[in-house]
Design a binder for this molecule. Structure first.
Ligand SMILES: [Zn+2]
Length: 266
């Protein structure tokens, strides 16, 4: 088919149009359906990314490990004692637990690659491959689930969005935390425990409000049918933190029923 793109096409565009090099460290958020027909599907995207960049990081989150306790800290955007069904279905975190479908199928294909490493946070693990994979992942702790984003920021890292909008741009949570926005406590099943996990970020449904303001720091192209962009983390986080300090309700969603956003409203 004339409109089908290949791994080679994608790699070339990532290099020539978005400026990726073998020195680039990136965190990628990818919606394959938004790109249209790609020969080889998810695997082709993974191949192109690993060829075009030096270090590739993706979220490999596992929301399916979460349980809801009977009681817990107040103002935590959770309805305690309502977890009977969720708790029964919850899965124990293990290094080979599949990525939650919300993170996209490309992440799951990267996770299955033999060269891929994974961090061990029971809900917010990341996967990585490439020169700095080990260092990025080792930065994460139970106390500091967003540390891999800070690591990338400190090493000239970038965010790559492929067919994804700012609601997928998980790095914006780090700017929220730096600006003093409240985080939450969550609980997850591990092999021998129910772990209490602090500093968990909230809802992302309002993140597109910043999109237009990022134009000057963003490199944009189209790959297949999808808008793709690269945003350097350092200016992204600096700018977003300032916006949030100036307007503490910026980037919250407007759903009246959103416990996460309504709890953090000022
Ligand atoms: Zn919300």
């Amino acid at each position: 088919m004339a409109n089908t793109i290949t791994a080679q096409d994608i790699e070339t565009q990532l290099r020539d149009e978005l400026g990726l090099t073998e020195n680039t460290s990136l965190i990628a958020h990818i919606s394959l359906p938004a790109l249209g027909a790609v020969e080889g599907g998810e695997r082709a995207i993974v191949t192109a990314l690993l060829a075009a960049a030096g270090t590739v990081v993706m979220p490999a989150f596992t929301y399916q490990t979460q349980v809801i306790p009977q009681v817990g800290p107040p103002d935590n955007a959770i309805r305690y004692g309502t977890g009977d069904q969720i708790n029964r279905k919850a899965e124990i975190f293990r290094p080979d637990l599949p990525v939650h479908p919300d993170c996209g199928l490309v992440a799951e294909v990267l996770r299955r690659d033999a060269e891929t490493l994974r961090s061990t946070h029971p809900i917010f693990s990341f996967i990585a491959q490439g020169a700095h994979a080990r260092h990025v992942l080792a930065s994460q702790t139970r106390q500091n689930p967003l540390a891999p984003i800070a690591w990338l920021e400190a090493h000239d890292g970038v965010v790559l969005l492929m067919g994804a909008d700012q609601r997928e741009n998980f790095s914006l949570h780090l700017a929220e935390q730096r600006a003093g926005r409240k985080t939450f406590t969550r609980w997850a099943l591990t092999l021998d425990d129910i772990e209490e996990l602090p500093n968990i970020p909230g809802c992302r449904e309002g993140f597109n409000a910043i999109w237009i303001e990022l134009v000057e720091m963003t490199t944009v192209t189209h790959i297949g049918m999808g808008r793709c962009e690269v945003i350097p983390l350092e200016p992204l986080l600096r700018y977003t933190e300032k916006r949030l300090r100036d307007n503490p309700n910026f980037l919250l969603c407007d759903k009246p029923s959103c416990l996460s956003c309504r709890t953090r409203e000022k």
